[in-house]
Design a binder for this molecule. Structure first.
Ligand SMILES: Cc1cc2nc3c(=O)[nH]c(=O)nc-3n(C[C@H](O)[C@H](O)[C@H](O)COP(=O)(O)OP(=O)(O)OC[C@H]3O[C@@H](n4cnc5c(N)ncnc54)[C@H](O)[C@@H]3O)c2cc1C
Length: 448
């Protein structure tokens, strides 16, 4: 494979700031050459969650993974051969992904660790290739073979494809707007690894947003901006364009301040109406979504009003679950609020329960159990949206504004936030700068 050097040169000529990152992958070994007899089995989830809300039947996990560990011998082989690693000999200078380092990185960075956990994962149902999760490496093939053979279960492993690492150019994503269009190059959009992220989902999420916005622009319609309260897509894009990245960016739930609200079970509630509005969700799918919302609403109101009388069986179940027995009968919602009690536990005492889809019960149970926390986070999202609604003109010249600190002027000029909320998230811009900027924006509005 050849690098697209001319592409980087062209971007450089356009004054687009570039970064150099790197990433890698572990070797694939032949299933038949692995001795699984003494390895721990790692089962998949019993209740799988389909990728799409349109999938009606949950797929079943048919294959298992195994766990093994590296050891002192593995470590010694790495240390003896570090000079042959392009990453340590200085041949490669790019920054690697912090959260999935190469095996030699782990040996060097966590030198006190005697062993590292490794997962042996099937690459698919119809292949003999097994992925050695955690063993990514850029060392030469002979060294890879040597260290793989020191690992329990892999003593006779046959490598079908060797591990390798690559280096690549990407842009500084602070050059982009939330639509993923370049600030200074109208009509040019960036997405994926090109924007400094690493990962399949990260790339797909940005490709979707950039594509949607390019199409909306051509149609002369309002852009689509997903905010941090709506989705991980919005969080990812906001992080990239506001904070930039010094190593390949990976989306993790911990990066969201609203992760009680950004759950996979409610992704349809958060995003289906948006998708339908811009024409990417069919009426059929949208109607099915509305029907589900109606079922959730009805079920919630039933649970709120249904009285559960005291019976010996109910008291026994409560005792067994380690929660207080009832003194008088109560509404079903009160029992469901208890952390120890699930919907299924209440099934024998819930005489008007209808046969609804699992997803409906799940939404009701989550909204009842976590109501207080969810409300608090929704209030925070509302406040964030209030600040996001305060737009900053594209042509604002921070250097002419009075009342901002020099550092804030520098950072705001570099990132060019599109609203006050985004301005407040820039590193180096503090709450006092945001207040000053708010006053300036208000006075600019009054002057116009
Ligand atoms: C070795 C390796 C292992 C990885 N393992 C994982 C993993 O396990 N899990 C994970 O989530 N992510 C992994 N990643 C990261 C992930 O693959 C990338 O971040 C993601 O695929 C990037 O998608 P993209 O669409 O942005 O770019 P790409 O998938 O690179 O797509 C860019 C496309 O543009 C084409 N192109 C380039 N130049 C031109 C040109 N001048 N004209 C026309 N077309 C051009 C290229 O041929 C390519 O098809 C790995 C990456 C590597 C390199």
């Amino acid at each position: 494979m050849f690098p697209a050097n001319e592409l980087s040169k062209a971007l450089y000529k356009l004054n687009i700031p570039l970064r150099r990152f790197k990433t890698g992958t572990p070797s694939r070994v032949n299933r038949k050459s692995i001795d699984f007899s003494e390895l721990d089995v790692q089962e998949g989830d019993k209740l799988t969650v389909p990728f799409s809300f349109e999938t009606k039947e949950r797929p079943k996990n048919k294959v298992v993974c195994h766990i093994t560990y590296s050891n002192e011998k593995t470590k010694q082989i790495i240390l003896d051969n570090l000079h042959r690693s392009p990453m340590y000999s200085g041949k490669i200078e790019g920054k690697g992904p912090r959260y999935c380092p190469s095996f030699e990185d782990k040996i060097v960075r966590f030198s006190d660790k005697e062993r590292h956990q490794l997962f042996i994962e099937p690459c698919g149902e119809n292949t003999e290739e097994m992925y050695l999760q955690g063993l990514s490496s850029s060392l030469p093939e002979d060294v890879q073979l040597d260290f793989i053979h020191t690992i329990k279960g892999l003593e006779h492993a046959q490598v079908m494809r060797a591990a390798y690492a690559i280096e690549y150019d990407c842009v500084d994503p602070t050059a982009l707007k939330a639509t993923l269009e370049f600030h200074d190059l109208e009509g040019l959009y960036g997405a994926g690894q090109f924007n400094g992220s690493s990962g399949y989902e990260e790339a797909a999420a940005q490709g979707l947003v950039a594509g949607i916005n390019a199409a909306l622009k051509i149609k002369g319609e309002e852009p689509l901006i997903l905010d941090r309260g709506s989705s991980y897509i919005g969080t990812l894009i906001d992080d990239l364009i506001t904070k930039g990245c010094t190593d390949p960016y990976r989306m993790m739930t911990g990066r969201s301040e609203y992760r009680l609200v950004l759950r996979q079970d409610n992704a349809d509630i958060r995003l289906t109406p948006i998708g339908h509005k811009i024409g990417l969700i069919s009426d059929e799918r949208y109607n099915a979504f509305l029907y589900k919302q109606e079922q959730i609403k009805k079920e919630l109101s039933r649970v709120k009003s249904l009285s559960i009388p005291i019976t010996d069986d109910l008291q026994k179940m409560l005792r067994e679950k380690g929660t207080a027995e009832l003194k008088t009968g109560c509404k079903m919602i009160e029992l469901l609020k208890r952390p120890q009690i699930t919907y299924e536990d209440l099934k024998p005492f819930d005489l008007t329960r209808e046969d609804l889809p699992y997803e409906v019960f799940e939404q009701v149970e989550i909204s009842v159990k976590y109501e207080g926390y969810i409300k608090k986070q929704e209030a925070q999202i509302k406040e964030m949206r209030r600040l996001e609604a305060k737009r900053i003109p594209d042509d604002i010249d921070y250097s002419t504004l009075k009342g901002l600190r020099l550092e804030a002027i520098e950072k705001l000029s570099a990132v060019r936030p599109q609203n006050l909320g985004q301005a407040g998230r820039i590193s180096g811009v503090n709450p006092a700068d945001v207040t000053a900027l708010n006053i300036i924006l208000e006075s600019m509005k009054n002057d116009r």
